[in-house]
Design a protein around this ligand. Structure first.
Ligand code: GDP
Length: 295
């Protein structure tokens, strides 16, 4: 999917989600566990408009488990229930319907006390492109479903997908957009593979990746590429390029005269990172000085 959001697209996407919200009991906000902030839509609170919400940190198989724990605590402080899953294997996706029911338990109890037999909880998965919405819907459904993007006429022709007996999901997820104005967000999403390389230059993405990895995960970088000296200063461009060149040399990316083919080296670095070859890596941690919005 190409990602180019213009104000008109954003307004339409927001309206489409808001139409679907009328049909559901709970929104399932899907984030990438490696970049929970960058994969989060900046207007999500406004868009979901107080709808009960479960936050799901997806791709947790690729993320640093300790930092994922910190994020779960962070979101709990924000007043949200949160689970971490791996939708590609289905690990822990079974917690989603259980948590969703827990969140809605008061409402369910009220229905029971009025003598109403509560129906299955109805949910909508929302998230930015490539965060894993289709993969998760398929896992929850237990079968392969052709998931289309938003069709015109939004609420017409949508299907409910059964997740066990207690939950139903809308078959078209809500597509949100990331925060593109922030260059850092763009680079982090590109590093995880959420944004196509045509949009950002591959050398630049790899440069940025090395800078972030040298800062947070130097031992992983050092071990993978058999590197010797860490950068003396990660803000020094030449030092980062030196590391990229070292990696290129180790991987035989040479062009005449002993020079390193940086583009080839960049491709290797990004492929390794995305495939988890550098280990489980999270690019954003909840910092102490981050605002915590209590509900
Ligand atoms: P969508 O655009 O949000 O519907 O995203 P997709 O479901 O198409 O997933 C985008 C890519 O991420 C695909 O290559 C999936 O195989 C991969 N993916 C989705 N969930 C996970 C996960 O939990 N772990 C890993 N490793 N890959 C995942």
């Amino acid at each position: 999917m190409s990602i180019q959001w213009f104000p008109g697209h954003m307004t339409r996407a927001k309206r489409q989600i808001q139409d679907k919200l009328k049909l559901i009991d709970i929104a399932i906000e899907l984030l990438d566990a490696r970049v929970p902030l960058s994969s989060r839509n900046p207007m999500v609170d406004e868009i979901l408009h107080g709808k009960p919400r479960l936050i799901v940190l997806n791709k947790s198989d690729l993320a640093d488990p300790k930092t994922t724990e910190k994020w779960m605590t962070y979101f709990a402080h924000e007043g949200h229930e949160c689970v971490s899953v791996d939708s590609s294997t289905g690990t822990k996706v079974g917690e989603i319907p259980i948590k969703a029911r827990e969140i809605l338990q008061d409402k369910i109890n009220r229905q029971i006390s009025k003598g109403i037999n509560p129906r299955a909880v109805r949910g909508l998965i929302v998230g930015i492109p490539n965060v894993g919405k289709s993969t998760l819907i398929n896992k929850l459904a237990g079968r392969s479903i052709a998931i289309t993007g938003d069709r015109p006429g939004v609420t017409k022709g949508q299907q409910w997908i059964k997740v066990g007996t207690q939950m139903e999901l809308l078959d078209t997820p809500g597509i949100l957009w990331p925060k593109f104005e922030d260059q850092l967000v763009g680079f982090r999403l590109a590093m995880t593979g959420a944004i196509r390389e045509q949009i950002l230059n591959i050398d630049e993405i790899a440069y940025f990746a090395i800078k972030e990895l040298a800062d947070r995960y130097w031992p992983a970088l050092q071990e993978r590429y058999d590197l010797e000296t860490p950068p003396s200063d990660i803000e020094d461009n030449q030092e980062i390029v030196r590391i990229m060149e070292d990696i290129g040399r180790r991987r035989g990316c040479l062009i005449g005269g002993g020079r390193v083919d940086l583009e080839k080296a960049s491709g290797i670095i990004l492929r390794d990172l995305r495939a988890g070859k550098l280990g489980r890596i999270t690019l954003e941690a909840p910092y102490d000085n981050m605002p915590v919005r209590k509900k």
